[in-house]
Design a binder for this molecule. Structure first.
Ligand code: DGY
Length: 321
């Protein structure tokens, strides 16, 4: 039987490329050229599988891709992919769960600490030569994290890893809001499931970890932000559009909340002149939740394994449908 052919929109670390090459013919897009939707549709027309990390796919895009059996993404989030529509065309969509959970939770804790203690904005001040204030100046003050209340919106696997750090390392009380109850997290960490408004009213640190769907788009808007404490921080490690960014910017400008620490944005990369760049009560990172060498390699390998399985006509381990 001849090997199937797969298309990669971006190259991958060697281990992942080697795995794919054992089983498939590989075609990799030349990243010096923009991959337009038209060019992508053309590339998909004769392949058995594709890896489209960070690009997404819908039924229109694959309408001429008669051999396509799998679309893999080397991310855990899959908000740009029409999983149900593609499933109707017998195309699996796969993601990379589990392998990034601890790494993302580490970054989220970094954001929590920077948001509460103003590490990033104060670092900027020091670098700009503005370390002129007395150490007693109130403008240097942050908020405590230790012993405070953490509210997690979206208690999935990564949420649970954040809770572990919060409880074991920082003695935090844990509230969560989630569609389903998580009795094991309640038992292990004393976490309490509450309505969203209760979480927002009571938490000192609000962490957003829900996937982006129709239901969670702008879940946190003006009204929700108005329920948060003036001393609270909002941390987003999920997807930018879960928060109404315009409403958040207003809350940060008016200082109705203490600050925000964000790894994800409605538009990425943040465009020059974006209002968030002007604020001094924010920590901003460029969507690096899973960005360590070891974790990105593990994600690439897992995505490659899913791609190969699907291209060979098997159900991939991380098939989403
Ligand atoms: C993911 O894996 O979904 C992360 O957000 C990186 O994109």
């Amino acid at each position: 039987m001849s090997k199937p052919t797969v298309f990669l929109a971006r190259s991958l670390p060697d281990a992942a490329l080697n795995h794919i090459s054992q089983f498939c013919h590989l075609r990799i897009w030349d990243e010096s050229k923009p991959l337009t939707r038209e060019a992508l549709a053309h590339e998909l027309a004769d392949v058995d599988g594709a890896m489209l990390t960070g690009i997404g796919a819908d039924t229109e895009l694959v309408k001429h891709a008669s051999k396509l059996k799998v679309i893999s993404t080397a991310t855990v989030g899959y908000d740009g992919f029409d999983v149900a529509g593609l499933a109707e065309q017998n195309i699996y969509v796969t993601n990379t769960p589990y392998v990034l959970d601890e790494t993302v939770a580490d970054l989220l804790f970094g954001l929590i600490l920077s948001g509460a203690r103003r590490i990033a904005p104060l670092h900027e001040q020091v670098k700009a030569g503005n370390w002129t204030k007395q150490t007693t100046a109130q403008s240097l003050y942050g908020q405590d994290v230790y012993n405070q209340t953490l509210g997690i919106v979206g208690m999935g696997r990564i949420g649970e890893k954040i809770v572990h750090r919060a409880k074991e390392g920082f003695g935090m009380k844990i509230l969560y809001h989630n569609r389903s109850s998580r009795p094991e997290v309640e038992k292990k960490y004393g976490a309490k499931k509450v309505e969203l408004h209760e979480l927002l009213e009571q938490a000192d640190v609000v962490v957003i970890m829900v996937p982006l769907t129709e239901a969670t788009k702008h879940l946190i808007g003006k009204e929700e932000l108005s329920k948060m404490k003036e001393t609270a921080i909002l941390v987003n490690g999920a997807r930018g559009a879960v928060i109404d960014e315009a409403a958040l910017i207003e809350a940060l400008k008016q200082k109705t909340i203490f600050g925000a620490a964000l790894d994800v944005f409605e538009v990425e990369p943040l465009p020059p002149g974006h209002p968030l760049l002007e604020l001094d009560n924010v920590t901003l990172t460029p969507h690096i939740g899973s960005a360590t060498a070891a974790t990105r390699e593990a994600m690439a390998l897992r995505a490659a394994e899913n791609l190969v399985a699907g291209a060979l006509g098997q159900k991939p381990r991380d098939a989403l449908s």
